[in-house]
Design a protein around this ligand. Structure first.
Ligand code: NAD
Length: 473
């Protein structure tokens, strides 16, 4: 099924779903060795098609080859290597103690596959946000139906090619299409739905999942704040913020969305930002091979309208501001004096515009952050432990980097995900494996336990024993 099909082939979807359902117990019985072999093949195919993947993403939105390598290929291959190295441990029984009152038994947690899973992915990192969760789903022993975004068709062609070389559709199937296809898939009783996208669509997915009580992982977005305090090293902060914000053209769920800088550091910080923008993208970023584009005209118009509205409301462009509608081009743009009620401070920007707000008291910053939904990420640039502690204890976020931006995403030892509006559930490494697994509780009785002394009839002696148990165990 391709994105060009206007008619969603519901019969085909249903037949693949049923084939996967019939196959899911068999796939669930596969050994760690068999799953590792599949993961290795996926790794090898990603590497084999690396040039085609680079080419596809350049065609989709001029993603530089280096960014494809770092943020698409590496993320998938490192996730695979980590899963391969740890899968035996993850799949083996995790023994836990049994309370003394229940002696005579052993207890353990056995991770078992959820079954038939659905992965719906967005366009901003088309491969890693599709194959990343797929790695976890395969590791956990599931069958999977995938629906990638309709807005990165070239990336989809190559992903389809890789999956068709590796899997029968009764194990992993790839359906291309837009909202209509997504809606049709969401009507099916999946055992787990892993959705990456906007909070608005996340709510639609969760409502649909509720009809079948399908479990969900929702990797959503929102406005991720950055704080540069009076003790920060402004040069390294500028470097790491500019990379975290303007790579992928700001189309990153965890990009610094808006930034607070302490008034004593504002000028030095903005100077460093100007220098860094120049060294990254030259005098004219429109001609730089290192600078991507906004994905499409709809997104371009959305971001530009936020910028225009905020400027009309009094914001001042410090760097950038140049646009070219014919090329979905918006220069890396830094804006000052942005009113807190303007679009740039109310909506997720998801593009190459960074509002910078000056503060004098950290409490003002905390209040602005806490008045919004819980962010997916919050970044602190500081060398004051007191400030770091205060911000950490008085805010909530899916993840935080101290003195860096975005990079917590790359550490597969950390759980990745949001909190409420920015997401439900976690992904990456062991957390991704768990998202696609049911933690089955197993209690095995070996010899008669103490409980058997307390069965009816409830004599006085037994009541005493119960009292004793409550008191001592
Ligand atoms: P989106 O929510 O519009 O679309 C995501 C997927 O949902 C696509 O496959 C799309 O076809 C499908 N979809 C869209 N509308 C639908 C509907 N009404 N019913 C069912 N399915 C529908 O998101 P996007 O524009 O592709 O991506 C941008 C958003 O994703 C941003 O909010 C960003 O922060 C978020 N995001 C989050 C993460 C994360 O890991 N937390 C990663 C990347 C992007």
């Amino acid at each position: 099924m391709t994105a060009n099909n206007t008619q969603v082939n519901k019969e085909k979807i249903l037949s693949v779903f049923h084939a996967q359902k019939a196959n899911s117990l068999a796939i669930g019985k596969t050994t760690a060795r068999e799953r590792i072999r599949k993961l290795q093949k996926l790794h090898d195919l990603v590497m084999k098609y690396r040039p085609e993947i680079r080419e596809a993403m350049y065609k989709d939105y001029r993603k530089p080859a280096a960014e494809v390598d770092m943020t698409e290929i590496y993320v998938v291959t490192s996730e695979i290597k980590h899963a391969k190295a740890n899968l035996r441990k993850w799949m083996s029984p995790h023994y836990v103690p049994t309370p003394l009152a229940f002696t005579g038994a052993t207890s353990w947690v056995q991770y078992e596959p959820k079954g038939v899973c659905l992965i719906i992915s967005p366009w901003n990192y088309p491969m890693q946000l599709t194959f990343g969760p797929l790695v976890s789903a395969i590791a956990a022993g599931n069958t999977v139906i995938i629906k990638p975004s309709e807005f990165t068709p070239h990336a989809s062609v190559i992903m389809r090619k890789i999956l068709e070389e590796l899997f029968d559709e009764s194990e992993v199937a790839f359906f291309e299409g837009g909202v209509e296809l997504s809606t049709a898939l969401l009507q099916l009783p999946f055992d787990h739905i892993f959705f990456t996208g906007s909070p608005q669509v996340g709510k639609i997915v969760m409502k649909a999942a509720a009809n079948h009580l399908s479990s969900v992982t929702l990797e959503l977005g929102g406005k991720s704040p950055t704080i540069v305090d009076e003790t920060a090293n402004v040069k390294s902060a500028a470097t790491r913020i500019i990379w975290g914000k303007f790579s992928n053209n700001g189309q990153i769920c965890i990009a610094p969305d808006y930034l607070f800088v302490h008034e004593s550091k504002k000028d030095a910080f903005l100077d460093a930002v100007g220098q860094r923008l120049k060294s990254f993208y030259g005098d004219d970023p429109a001609t730089s091979e290192n600078y991507m584009r906004v994905i499409n005209a709809k997104q371009y118009k959305r971001i530009k309208s936020y910028l225009d509205n905020s400027v009309a409301a009094g914001a001042k462009i410090k760097f950038g501001g140049q646009v070219d509608e014919s090329d979905n081009y918006i220069a890396p743009t830094v804006v000052e004096n942005v009113p807190l009620d303007s679009d740039l401070m109310q909506e997720e920007i998801f593009g190459p515009v960074l509002p910078v707000i000056t503060y004098s008291d950290i409490q003002e910053v905390i209040d602005v952050i806490n008045a919004k939904e819980k962010p997916l990420a919050l970044y602190i640039y500081s060398h004051s432990q007191k400030n770091i502690d205060r911000i950490m204890k008085n805010t909530r976020a899916g993840g935080t980097c101290i003195n860096n931006s975005d990079v917590h995403f790359f550490n597969y030892h950390l759980p990745f995900g949001g909190s409420n509006n920015s997401g439900i559930g976690k992904s990456h490494g062991k957390f991704g494996f768990e998202a696609f697994s049911n933690a089955r509780a197993v209690y095995r009785q070996h010899i008669p336990g103490a409980l058997e002394l307390l069965l009816p009839p409830y004599t006085k002696l037994k009541m005493k024993l119960i009292d004793w148990t409550i008191k001592w165990f």
